[in-house]
Design a protein around this ligand. Sequence first.
Ligand code: NIG
Ligand code: FE
Length: 402
Amino acid sequence: MRLLVHNIGCLATPLAGGAFLQRTGAWLAAEDGKITALGAGLPPEAQGAAVVDAGGQLVTPGLVDAHTHLIFGGWRQHELTLKRQGVPYLEILARGGGILSTVEMTRKAGLEELVAKGAGALKQMLALGVTTCEAKSGYGLDRATELKQLAAIARLKAVQPVELAATFLGAHALPPEYRENRAGYVDFLTQEMIPLVAREGLAEFCDVFCETGVFTAAEAEKILRTGLRHGLGAKIHTDEIDAIGGTELAGALPAVSAEHLIAATDRGIDALAKGGTVAVLLPATSFYLGKPYARARDMIAAGVPVAVATDYNPGSCPSLNLQLAMQLACWQYRLTPAETLTAVTRNAAAALGRGDRIGTLEPGMQADLVIWKAPDLDYLFYRFGENLAGTVIKRGRVVQEN
Ligand code: NIG
Ligand code: FE
């Protein structure tokens, strides 16, 4: 299966080595799902390849959404008034709402229902130019429901084109059954669930919500180290609201990524730089919770690889629009268009352990790309609030035409 994309008005991509390439009048060739050559000027003979005319538009790598809670039952629009009245996110959770009300709805939902809902979300994401997506469990907090969520993710891998990376987030909250027995729940995760999830190949990563009133840095360390021993890469939700040591832990492990980081301190940023840990920033969550925006510029200045993702979930970010997150990153974090594109391609792929295969347009990389309804990169950040993705290509095949 060969592919030739020609008449590319502007090809924009980060490069594995750290540079950023913008080339006008370009073409791209792929074979068996991988990029074989790129050039400018006259394209090579098509020789039986599928030919796609980019119409003089912008072409970038396919977008990677490195942080989503894709699988959940129900919605939480009933929290809107509370949130607008300023009731804090952690207080809603402490009252048994928030994550725990989604846990109740997810426990009740059937597998087929979760698969159908996830498929609907992935269809929308693909139409927005997302070709790879992380999906966390964490709305079961019991054996059967965590496995049901991971089974839904496994099923979705087989039936639609968006590539999925599964993350086990059993440590998303303390379930009601263990309210008086924190240590018991941590034991359940480390002794039963993590070994099981790893043995069954149901997840690539393990994640913990390290936050005031949720899991401490010491509990997170125990859980993530157990995951690492079982071959699950470490991720952590940390410094979303308070800085309680999770970011320092992420750098020290090191974790592949630390996510949220709104309240990150200089020490935390330093630890991420030392550990080579990717900072996965979630500007749409800052927007929706009315929180400050993470210190993206300081992180970049410190040499931390910065990724941007949606955090799609029913509580803190009920939006799956990664283009919107990119626009917020550009305007609120003050990232340049090139830094923002890097944050949703190369750095996001690195946060999913796929940096050697996905996230840049270079020979040998997977042929995942988007032909935009945009003449150049600036335009993506200029016409905010609309879907600007045109044709989406995954592993060298056209999978979406808007
Ligand atoms: O990343 N902060 C923890 N988890 C999610 C929110 C989950 C929810 O509110 O349902 C997040 O923001
Ligand atoms: Fe999250």
